[in-house]
Design a protein around this ligand. Structure first.
Ligand code: BDR
Ligand code: CA
Length: 308
């Protein structure tokens, strides 16, 4: 199985991403790190540990990371899309034990350095922890097999017209992670353009709800998470996990990325140049077989209720 780690801010769709990893025998989950984003760091850490326990993977270590973005504290008047608790109010039991005492960047570095196999890292929250990892341990970070990021957008954003949430929350961190020539990690970006079109319809939610306890809780959490986007419920972060598991269901193109970390109205914008010429590029997912991706996600997550 492929060694993976995930940095996340659960987060309803982060929950779906964690469950997808736990349900995938091809992936060997070495650890989880958390970052402040959808809700504060105490809650994202608590939620990550609770979701792992729900999936029967309470043995996976969780290390808490950055409570704040690197340079500026983002200000929003929008009410959190993930509810006050980050999981749409489903209140999972608190996992026993305690998080790993190390900060996320240190835990990431230690785990990647200790692994005999190259590690693939998913980053599905603001990129603060990953930026700190890259800044503090560039040589260890360069050993990553791949970084798979959910974030950014070719077209419209979801926090502002210009910016997707994860990049908007910490553009300076995104700038480092997506453009740092000193840490040449092969990187896949799964942007909002694709994830917002790869959501669950009502029949999918019903199938999830009917699959058992884990599926039922997940469907309830997802129930409130529509972002006013019409008939589908997005599961952004889980689509990024699927991009590693089923690349054949995605269309990917190399692109050069710039992040607007200025103070103007397009702060947090990702400028994605699909005609990059020379220089380092990121593999950007530009399209997906939406139905097949959703079917694959449902198949995996519902399998947890059959196994646990
Ligand atoms: C991203 O923002 C967060 O709210 C979600 O968890 C996802 O990672 C989508 O823009
Ligand atoms: Ca997230």
């Amino acid at each position: 199985a492929r060694a993976v780690m995930i940095d996340c801010d659960p987060g309803i769709d982060d929950m779906m991403a964690l469950l997808t990893i736990c349900a995938s025998p091809e992936l060997d989950l070495r650890g989880v790190t958390t970052v402040g984003g959808n809700v504060g760091i105490e809650l994202t850490t608590r939620n990550a540990r609770s979701v792992l326990a729900l999936a029967g993977r309470g043995d996976v270590p969780v290390a808490a990371g950055a409570a704040r973005s690197l340079v500026r504290v983002p200000v929003t008047e929008k009410k959190g899309a993930h509810g006050d608790d980050g999981l749409g109010g489903i209140t999972l039991p608190e996992a026993p034990g305690a998080p790993d005492p190390r900060p996320a960047a240190e835990f990431l570095a230690a785990t990647v350095a200790a692994s005999a196999e190259p590690v693939t890292l998913f980053a599905v929250g603001p990129l603060t922890d990953v930026a700190l990892f890259y800044a503090m341990y560039p040589q260890v970070a360069a050993r990553l097999e791949r970084l798979v990021v959910m974030g950014g957008s070719i077209g419209e954003g979801n926090m502002t017209p210009a910016a997707e949430f994860n990049v908007w929350f910490d553009p300076e961190a995104a700038h480092r992670v997506l453009t740092d020539p000193g840490v040449p990690v092969p990187t896949t970006l799964v942007p909002l353009d694709v994830t917002r079109r790869t959501g669950l319809g009502d029949a999918d939610l019903a199938a999830l709800a009917g699959s058992g306890r884990i599926g039922g809780l997940t469907a309830r959490a997802l129930g409130g998470y529509r972002h006013g986007l019409g008939a589908v419920t997005p599961v952004h972060d889980a689509v990024a996990v699927l991009a590693l598991l089923h690349p054949e269901l995605m269309t990917t193109r190399p692109a050069r990325i710039q992040v607007d970390a200025g103070d103007g109205p397009s702060r947090g914008n990702t400028v994605i140049d699909l005609h990059p010429g020379t220089g380092p590029t990121v593999d950007v997912v530009v399209d997906a077989d939406h139905r097949a991706v959703v079917d694959a996600l449902l198949d995996r997550v519902t399998s947890l209720d059959r196994r646990v």
